[in-house]
Design a protein around this ligand. Structure first.
Ligand SMILES: [Zn+2]
Ligand SMILES: [Zn+2]
Length: 338
């Protein structure tokens, strides 16, 4: 099969590797769409990366034994290789499993691990069925485009009476706009880049503010009648944004961390939490039991199509990475057979 590797700074290539083989209840999925995520960071940094991608949708093509799927099933491939047995896995919170499989050790081969490839190997219980009327492209939004903020809004129980303040309008933050508007919440988006600001508006953000504007905090307070937002979500990973969100979270509200950030944010028990009653949480991916809810957003959101900005085949891999790294894209879909 073909897969994508990064061979140097701003250099991606397609290489030929052996096809993965099914083993026990791990099945082979032919990937029709591999949504691009943060892989562009490795492409920008350079070095050699042989295992790229954690998002995929496709069709089951090989199984080793009777299991939860059958040949021909259309599926969303959920991320990671969790154990499937621990308390977290059993409760659907498998993304936090601390007993993950060593892929190469379990399968006897490193091939089939990455999703920027024509086939992937996955435990059958991590394959979520795609209804006939949902396209592969739309189903591809059920991973990192809509997933992290869907999980965040379940924590906060975001609804129509709420305002959500989202920092960072990359594909995850934009997914946060779609999820929030689906719940009829009011959305304030924080984003400095014009392309992303326009995309946030297109997806329904009620207010789009530049976080570098000196009066941004006052603007947020004015929009929220002096209260702040009941839910704030960090999809930017920048310290300044996190500080602003903490300050702009309504008393008793939720501040939820989604972005992977390197710098520590200083939070003081008093006054940041004790006085304000603000609740902190981290959201990575949604609970597996929430997949039907994510599907409902995909089926019914009137703007779902606009969350996908580009589609590229493997033959356009360089252009795909350039677009993904440009910050002028929403979700970029890669087609391994195109
Ligand atoms: Zn587990
Ligand atoms: Zn992702």
């Amino acid at each position: 099969m073909q897969k994508v590797i990064i061979s140097g700074e701003r250099q991606a290539e397609i290489v030929e590797v052996p096809d993965p083989q099914p083993i026990e209840d791990w099945v082979v999925v032919k990937i029709h769409v591999a949504p691009m995520c943060t892989e562009y960071k490795a492409w920008l940094a350079g070095g050699r990366h042989e295992s790229l991608g954690h998002e995929a949708v496709g069709e089951v093509v090989a199984i080793a034994q009777p299991c939860k799927v059958k040949i021909g099933d259309r599926v969303v491939v959920q991320p990671q290789w969790p154990c499937g047995r621990c308390r977290l896995c059993l409760a659907g919170d498998y993304i936090r499993c601390t007993n993950v499989h060593n892929f190469a050790q379990f399968t006897g081969s490193p091939h089939g691990q990455a999703t920027m490839a024509q086939y992937v190997l996955k435990p059958s219980w991590l394959l979520s069925p795609i209804p006939d009327e949902v396209s592969y492209h739309h189903a591809g939004l059920a991973i990192c485009a809509l997933g992290p903020t869907f999980g965040a809004y379940e924590i906060a129980q975001l609804g129509a009476f709420d305002t959500v303040l989202i920092a960072g309008m990359g594909p995850v933050g934009l997914g946060g706009v779609v999820n929030a508007k689906f719940r009829n919440a009011r959305v304030i988006a924080l984003e400095p880049l014009p392309w992303r600001q326009a995309k946030a508006r297109e997806l329904g953000a009620d207010s789009v503010l530049d976080p570098h504007d000196e009066t941004v905090f006052e603007q947020i307070m004015e929009i929220t009648h002096g209260e702040g937002a009941r839910c704030t979500v960090d999809c930017a990973g920048a310290l300044d944004a996190q500080r602003l969100l903490l300050k702009a979270t309504r008393f008793g509200g939720w501040m939820i961390f989604v972005a992977w950030a390197n710098e520590p944010l200083e939070i003081r028990g008093t006054p940041d939490l004790v006085q304000t009653g603000v609740k902190l949480a981290g959201a990575w991916h949604y609970n597996l039991n929430d997949y039907p809810g994510v599907l409902q957003v995909i089926r019914e959101s009137p703007v779902i199509d606009q969350l996908i900005s580009h589609v590229f085949g493997f033959s356009q891999i360089q252009e795909a990475f350039e677009t993904s790294a440009s910050h002028e894209s929403a979700k970029v879909m890669l087609e391994p057979w195109g």
